[in-house]
Design a protein around this ligand. Sequence first.
Ligand code: CA
Length: 688
Amino acid sequence: MRRSTGRILAFAMCSLLAACKQSGFSESSKNAVEPADWSLHGGGYEEQQFSPLKQIDAANVRKLGLVWSHEFGTNRGLEATPLEVNGVIYTTVEWSVVYALDARTGKVLWSFDPKVPRSRARTICCDVVNRGVAFYKGKVYLGSLDGRLIALDAKSGWPVWSALTFDQSQSYSITGAPRMVNGMVLIGNAGSEFGVRGYISAYDAETGKLVWRTYTVPGDPAKGFESKALESAAKTWHGKWWVAGGGGTPWDAIVYDPQLDLVYTGTGNGATWYRALRSGGQGDNLYVASILALHAGTGELAWYFQVTPGDNWDYDATQPLVLADLNIDGRSRKVIMQASKNGFFYVLDRESGQFLSATPFVDKITWASGVDGKTGRPIESTTGYAGMEPVLVSPDPGGGHNWNPIAFHPTTGLVYLGTREGTSYLHVPNPQWKSDTSNWNLGNDVRYEGLLLQKLIDAPAGVGKLVAWNPVERREAWHVVLPGVESGGVLVTAGDLVFQGTSDGLLVGYEASDGKKLWEYNAGTGIMAPPATYAIDGIQYVTVMAGWGGVPGIINPPGLGRTKPGWGRILTFAIDGNAKLDVPPFGHSDPPKPAIQMSASHETVHEGGIQFAKYCEHCHGINAVAGALPDLRYASAEVHKQFKEIVLGGARQERGMPSFKDVLNESKVRAIEAFVLSRAEESSHPGQ
Ligand code: CA
């Protein structure tokens, strides 16, 4: 009954839709998609972030206004793509908490907190974020930070089943959204920065039973290989790579093509970051930094394309994968596209994996001089890798593009994406590196103070852009310079509008053909997630999660441009919406002042700086200048009184600050405290 009502509604929606014909992607009932909904991550199986809705267009977008908003009260990053199914929004916030909200009113229908142990904050690289749920036949699927795949009843939010996807004694995590494939739910994992071995798993959506699991890098040969593909991959590794885990975690993109029955995923960097430490400086290290095509039924490898062979720069190839049909050299090709972290825009034939093109989409790529036009293999530049010597490389580990969803408009033929231009990073392999799979462990030498460090400090700040990219002509069609290096995921609609959030908290609407800015709304905090759009009862809505965090928000690297940390919220817009948004104050307006006096030697402060860089800065900010999370330069006398109990005793574990007693001791904590106070003192003077 519900199904036929859906069909009637879908028919009525034709006045709103540019194209109502069934696409080949909806041919199987298992994989059917309701076009007025936003029921799949990426909007459809192709993950084009494209909506056929066109009620909101260039002529009326100026009248787009807030219909409702909901405050989540979080200072963590919000990265989820909200789903909308039958008038209900399903989304996730920090610590993998799921919300179901009435899409018309914003009323919370239910929420589900998987109660992730706060100690997991230690084993996550880039904030305790989650990029959303999957929906399938009355159930909502969540991958929790601590590795559970949980099926929830979509009506009540009650758990139906839960499957543990990884060994929780290891430093794995899940931040990515599960994807639905033929009645299975697929999930990857993260943790290459900690030394794990990546894999992707498929579970039966009804029962939670594991159907298949495919590792992305070979393990210890003595234990035997799981497949022929891994056996041949092992020939591209050297030394005892398995001790440090190998990496290659598929932490974000998973895309399914129902026509070819192939699943595509992108794999992360190797563990460690440095090939000299990871694999004796030799070999391509398959299948790190690769795009993999797997047979959906078995998980067996159909083809692979390694984007960055022997990756040495944290160039994960996990960025969004977009499926489209493109006319290339007079021939219609089924392609898969990726704006990869390494700065090149890739177009591959997704049936065969054949390389079609790779084109720089950012101005500054120093690690490679280009890509071989026949093989797709990058031509490494002499400045990009120097064994154990430090090198200053662009793009930085944030990449030319990162996880934020990108959009493709089938009519304009353009891909719309946020780019990170001109950023650099100092790669310094640490000769004293030891495998340590419980902690953040890149193999980086944080003590390096050589000449290149000054060069990095003197390097010009990066620039963020919204770029319209023509993947056939391999050139930019237009771009808009953004207020910050980082920017949100992108949505494009048949109303010829591109929507994207900015780091300083605006949601902006542009004309898809030329990038003309048509509309903006101040969401009160930086936006990283992509908007989604859907229609209910003949009204088109746009919904976005606004919340600043992740690497740019919590590590807060300098030179990001205008950013706006704040309290996270979800906002929904429609034509003539007139709801009001009250933005609660966030952060500090005055310069910091040391709350207590502490006498410490220069050496102690210096040692504290090193310990801070090792254990604290990836939440509390580089040089203790925080973004979204507490800025320790402002720590009160009360916090200083408890400093030891907080850092070693775990006194604030429930608030997300785990204990570090396994790696720090009293004298190191005292040094960190001295460093933080010295930073407060330095920052208290004008001009610092
Ligand atoms: Ca990485």
